[in-house]
Design a protein around this ligand. Sequence first.
Ligand code: ADE
Ligand code: ZN
Length: 337
Amino acid sequence: MLNVQLQQLLQGMPKAELHIHIEGSLEPELIFSLAQRNNISLAHASVEALRGAYAFDDLQSFLDIYYAGASVLLREQDFYDMTAAYLQRAKADNVRHAEIFFDPQTHTQRGVPFSDVIHGLDRACREVAQDMSASLILCFLRHLSEEEAFLTLEQALPYRSKFIGVGLDSSECGHPPEKFARVFARCKELGLHLVAHAGEEGPPEYIKTALDVLKVERIDHGVRCLEDQALTSRLANDKVPLTVCPLSNLKLRVFKQLSDHNLMKLLDAGIVATINSDDPAYFGGYINANFVATFEALPLTAAHAKQLARNSFEAAFLSRELKQTYLEEVEDFFAAI
Ligand code: ADE
Ligand code: ZN
């Protein structure tokens, strides 16, 4: 058991969340209420039955259930309600800044207009995230084609001011980063920030090609980098942040148990690692639950907590001034304890 002081420290410290799929924040209760509102029938009879189905063998077995859950999102208000619920929970966890992934293709493929998706998400960020900051990152689904990613980018460009970057998610193995080389090059020209999931289930080579071909600024997950010593040194030397999601890695069986997780090794290697929730409604907890479970499983200390809080803001896509403000909040918090 974690001592009470360290637990309170983890919960109370200011932090940024940089790896949260907003569709992965849909709690079963909200899935059922949106299904009722939109007259959609679900495969499970009750909230309890749905939650009971959340046992995954790997990434794909999770994605199948995650996309089914997202099918209840039809109207702008649905996207607003989902995002508002996440932001309230984030605030309760002392998240001062959130960079929120969304998967527009999951919705536009079902006939939902892109404008409804982005307007709902953006309105919630502006209305609910008033005493924190929040930005959106549009993710391309890597199991779809690059041509479809280009079409999505075209639909998104009228709303260019409402998102800060693009990412790459969904089924990793068999869909290497270089499949999206041209669309990422275009996004770079447009001045968008670039990130990609790599080295979650996929090999360290995917992390290298995400860096070399896609020119990403951060790697989402990236935990398999430690299989390659030269890559590990490169990530540390170039200060390429990793957005690590411990409970996700546990639930998707990237690590057998949390005590096997390599987060501490990543930090010891000098990598700018951060802790995030990925899909909190599916993986058993929001960001503070990820911190507490990881610190319970590994011999991490208050010094690591401070490093992780600092890393989260160092890795964020924030103006120099706002980054400095948040980093000072971290310093003040730790100076006061
Ligand atoms: N989409 C939502 N969660 C994901 C994850 N952990 N990996 C890849 N794609 C995702
Ligand atoms: Zn993810």
